[in-house]
Design a protein around this ligand. Structure first.
Ligand code: HEC
Ligand code: HEC
Ligand code: HEC
Ligand code: HEC
Length: 197
């Protein structure tokens, strides 16, 4: 954790900029070279400051995706949308091509489906899904879905009952206490380097 030390000057500078700019979005800056471990980077310095001060904006998705309708129709979370969660660190977000395997033919007259088809698929653009969860880079957290799925921890434990909702919202706080508490309970590894780099 000693490496966090070099982030403090950035944070202090951030506080100063925030005081001046009221934490409005600042122009995007190039990201620091990424680590080899999977981690969430901030797109803008403004995002980083907002997060540091606990002000995470509710993400706005390209379309309001109804999770509930798709689960009712028999799809599961790991069918073709977040299948990477089963054997890797990242759950993944579905491509527009995946949506079109059905929506080429299903509900083509609805406004949201028209948007997907016309504003994205037809132009060769992917849906710019926004992240709902993730950690600030300064927390140096590493996470891996696969061991949790193997240990049969439900998606809902960490993400709430997305299957019953429409657009994914941040309903569970991924604090250190949340992680460590369950690790203690289930005898999962709990030394600092399990979750930090
Ligand atoms: C396995 C087939 C399938 C896939 C894949 C699929 N959908 Fe659907 N989707 C459906 C069905 C079935 C409905 C319900 C249609 C109805 O109401 O008749 C639906 C409904 C919707 C609706 C609601 C339409 C409305 O306004 O009534 C939206 C929005 C939507 N899907 C978006 C998406 C997006 C975005 C993706 C890709 C991430 C996707 N779907 C992938 C089958 C699918
Ligand atoms: C033990 C807790 C835990 C479980 C269980 C879990 N996740 Fe996650 N999930 C996380 C964390 C933490 C992140 C953020 C990871 C990061 O940014 O490093 C995340 C990120 C995601 C994301 C990326 C989207 C976003 O908004 O960040 C998706 C999609 C996702 N999870 C889906 C699933 C699905 C589907 C399941 C079940 C098959 C599942 N997760 C099970 C903790 C969990
Ligand atoms: C509901 C219980 C639960 C929660 C919540 C949870 N974990 Fe876990 N975690 C587990 C279990 C069980 C394992 C699997 C241990 C094993 O394979 O022996 C695991 C494994 C891991 C591993 C792999 C450890 C290794 O070296 O094999 C990492 C990394 C991890 N968790 C990080 C996190 C982080 C970060 C969070 C919080 C965002 C979190 N976990 C939340 C139960 C949980
Ligand atoms: C099971 C996973 C897990 C373990 C084990 C763990 N942490 Fe954490 N830790 C986290 C998560 C997740 C966060 C981020 C919480 C957040 O962003 O709100 C965090 C945040 C922190 C932070 C705050 C960083 C920041 O800048 O926000 C410190 C410091 C920290 N951990 C130190 C430790 C130390 C020291 C240990 C060992 C005694 C440890 N952690 C063990 C998951 C873990």
């Amino acid at each position: 954790m000693a490496r966090s030390a070099r982030f403090w000057p950035v944070v202090l500078l951030g506080a100063a900029v925030c005081a001046l700019a009221a934490c409005e979005r600042v122009a995007p800056i190039p990201q620091a070279p990424s680590e080899t471990v999977f981690t969430t980077a901030h797109r803008t310095i403004g995002d980083a400051f907002n997060e540091f001060f606990g002000r995470r904006a509710e993400p706005v998705q390209p379309i309001e995706f109804p999770h509930d309708i798709h689960i009712e129709k028999g799809m599961t979370c790991t069918d073709s949308c977040h299948e990477a969660a089963v054997d890797g660190p990242v759950a993944g977000l579905p491509s527009v091509a995946m949506c079109m395997t059905c929506h080429e033919a299903i509900a083509t007259d609805r406004p949201r489906i028209k948007t997907i088809a016309e504003a994205y698929a037809a132009k060769g653009l992917d849906l710019p899904w926004q992240r709902v969860y993730g950690f600030s880079q300064s927390a140096h957290v590493k996470f891996n879905h696969a061991p949790h799925i193997r240990a049969e921890v439900d998606c809902a434990t960490c993400h709430g009952d997305v299957a019953k909702g429409t657009v994914a919202r941040r309903t569970v706080d991924h604090t250190m206490g949340f992680c460590v508490g369950c690790h203690r309970e289930k005898n999962a590894p709990n030394d600092c380097m399990t979750c930090h780099f």
